[in-house]
Design a binder for this molecule. Structure first.
Ligand code: ZN
Length: 680
């Protein structure tokens, strides 16, 4: 079965009762339920592509009954939708619009907003009028994979009739909005018995008197089309078959895209890599160059994927940065030409968007989604993956012929589409990949959270698997992690490789893992001392060197920051096995700052002291305080500022150093003030 029918009467009943005992709320509850069922299946719709509605009756403040349409609001995804994501709009004023010949997008949005029953609701979908003009109580709209194949075939009408006989009406391609709603309504009126609509080059609509009826039709229609094309199972999006050998071109490509974007330090893209047998088979086709330039399967993909992929052949990849740069330059100039060609025909003046690729075909290897952050890269990769399936099968069944360039341009530069991407200044660390060793500990996790809040993508490395998983749960699902012992020979290489495969590269290394071995130098055996060096010096060296390889390939600078320690300059009793390697790490920092300066890579360190963590446990604090004859509080506040220093203060120092563009070879002290540990 391509798409399982997941409707469950018991769940539906629960959802019906989830809001209030009002009939309108019961219907809205049911609407939420089947909207979620649809949204949770990526083969039906992905990333804001698609919407659902229900028409209900509600009393206004004067007690008059009104017809209200609840329709998906922009900014909400169906898989997690709630009542607030389905704003109510007065239906009557919307229906009055049918009498108009033309209606501008601005007027359409304004009228929809003016008739919201809750003025604080999000903007109703751009497809609201299409839902409103259909007479049915429940209306569902998807961009299902099988329907995208069908919708882009040159003979889609005939095949639709072959599969559905007269059950579906076919609507020609028109950009979403007033005109499409009018057209769909007039075609529906001529075929009032249909169960749904096929929108050419766009997607699928169904409707019904109940949520279940409309949902059943979504599933049965989708399965009927899937069967026609021989699609058996649901697509497993997001698969990675495993590491690839020549991943070194990822950072090269990443750096070059940033360069093409024109930024000096900002503007690094994040990648999302996919490979599976479907993608591999696709790259065996001999018509890839032709297919590359055809356009995307649904008009709303374009804002996230651009109209075509960057296509890198094996030859490009093997020949390194020169070839890749040339391909990117060609991509840019083609995009500029497309913009100029189309903007001339457009009535309104427009500013060209960035000319960087949003998805990449890597011949024989896989595909990449490219985004400003990990989430948008993942969205682009999902859509790129879906497009590979649609093109592959469509081409075998008569041809993949999506919307024309002019229509694509209108969608890409349509303000209502661009609004889906959200506005506002990007976060300070957006596009930065930060690897943190010892990432599951107190300081590591606090640092991860601090960078994450600023928009960075995080890759945690830690030995403790359980703690690592718990730490990752506190971050975003798009962040990554790897469990390894940083003192083992291959760990640094493996961690940097895993991070590069996940995000495309690395920008900031926080080399933080460490651990204290207490004991007097004269009594310590050689092995214990050497082990302390492995952890507190050699692991820093190997992670820094492996990170440097990636930073150099990116050729966009980068930052390496060590957690050094107050011990590096202020020896403590019985702390020799900790202080001596840490002192060496401080010198490593200075040496690397000297050697890497000309590549724009800065190397700095943080000297922290007396932080509650896995290293300084509550038990240890108790012992220390007791041996000094002071309270635990006094012990922790035993600094010039008389205040306990926490992991988040250390995290602030790492972030501060990462933000400092003209500082290298520097140590930032975070110890509340300690004259003996001041750097002179
Ligand atoms: Zn749509």
């Amino acid at each position: 079965m391509f798409s399982k029918n997941l409707y469950n009467t018991k769940d539906a009943r629960q959802w019906r009762q989830s809001l209030s005992s009002l009939l309108a709320d019961k219907e809205l509850g049911e609407r939420i339920y089947t909207s979620r069922l649809i949204g949770q299946n990526p083969d039906l719709l992905m990333h804001g592509g698609g919407n659902t509605s229900v028409k209900v009756k509600r009393s206004d403040i004067f007690g008059n009954t009104e017809d209200i349409i609840h329709i998906k609001g922009s900014g909400w995804d169906l898989d997690t939708i709630e009542a607030a994501g389905l704003p109510g709009v007065r239906l009557k004023p919307l229906l009055k619009l049918k009498a108009l010949k033309n209606l501008s997008d601005e007027d359409m949005v304004n009228i929809q907003r003016n008739n919201l029953i809750d003025s604080s609701s999000p903007n109703p979908s751009v497809e609201t009028l299409l839902h409103a003009f259909l007479p049915h109580k429940f209306v569902d709209h998807t961009h299902a994979t099988p329907f995208l194949i069908l919708a882009n075939l040159p003979n889609a009408r005939e095949i639709c009739e072959e599969i559905f006989s007269k059950k579906l009406a076919v609507i020609p391609y028109i950009m979403p909005g007033f005109k499409l709603a009018k057209k769909a309504e007039s075609i529906f009126n001529k075929n009032p018995d249909v169960e749904g609509l096929l929108l050419l080059n766009h997607g699928h609509f169904t409707f019904g008197q109940t949520a279940q009826e409309s949902y059943n039709r979504i599933i049965s229609h989708t399965n009927a089309v899937a069967k026609y094309f021989g699609l058996k199972d649901q697509t497993k999006f997001g698969q990675k078959k495993g590491p690839i050998k020549n991943f070194e071109f990822f950072p090269v490509l990443r750096g070059l895209i940033a360069q093409i974007n024109g930024g000096t330090d900002t503007g690094m893209p994040i990648f999302n890599f996919r490979n599976n047998s479907t993608i591999e088979n696709f790259f065996n086709r001999t018509d890839l160059i032709k297919l590359q330039n055809r356009g995307m399967a649904s008009p709303d993909h374009v804002i996230r994927t651009k109209g075509r992929p960057l296509f890198l052949t094996m030859n490009d990849i093997q020949n390194g940065s020169k070839k890749i740069r040339k391909k990117l330059q060609d991509f840019r100039s083609d995009y500029e030409k497309y913009f100029i060609r189309q903007v001339k025909k457009s009535k309104v003046s427009k500013k060209m968007l960035k000319a960087d690729p949003k998805h990449v075909w890597l011949e024989g290897i896989g595909i990449l989604g490219v985004g400003a952050d990990a989430k948008s890269a993942s969205i682009a990769a999902d859509l790129a993956e879906q497009n590979v399936i649609v093109r592959d099968i469509g081409e075998n069944f008569g041809g993949f012929y999506p919307i024309k360039e002019k229509d694509m341009f209108e969608c890409e530069y349509w303000s209502l589409e661009q609004a889906k991407l959200g506005k506002g200044e990007p976060l300070k660390m957006q596009g930065k990949v930060v690897m943190i060793t010892g990432g599951a500990g107190a300081i590591g996790l606090a640092t991860a959270k601090a960078f994450s809040q600023l928009g960075a993508s995080i890759f945690l490395v830690d030995k403790d698997k359980k703690m690592l998983r718990a730490a990752h749960r506190k971050l975003s699902k798009f962040d990554g992690f790897l469990s390894c012992d940083v003192t083992k020979k291959e760990s640094a290489r493996k961690a940097v490789e895993a991070c590069t495969l996940q995000f495309g590269g690395l920008d900031i290394l926080i080399s933080n893992a460490g651990g204290a071995t207490a004991g007097a130098m004269l009594e310590m055996n050689e092995k214990t001392f050497r082990n302390a060096f492995e952890l507190n010096f050699f692991s820093h060296k190997s992670f820094a060197l492996e990170a440097t390889k990636i930073l150099r390939l990116q050729n966009r600078g980068g930052k390496i920051i060590f957690n050094i320690s107050k011990q590096a300059i202020n020896p403590g009793e019985n702390m020799g096995a900790y202080g001596i390697p840490k002192a060496s790490t401080m010198f490593l920092m200075r040496q690397l700052a000297l050697e890497l300066g000309e590549t724009g890579i800065s190397v700095n360190g943080v000297n922290a002291d007396r932080i509650r963590s896995g290293l300084l446990t509550d038990k240890f604090i108790k012992q220390r305080a007791k041996s000094r004859g002071v309270s635990e509080k006094a012990y922790m506040e035993g600094n010039l500022l008389k205040s306990e220093v926490t992991a988040s203060h250390v995290a602030d120092a790492f972030v501060a150093l990462a933000n400092m563009e003209r500082t290298t070879g520097h140590v930032l002290t975070v110890d509340g003030g300690n004259t003996a540990a001041e750097l002179r």
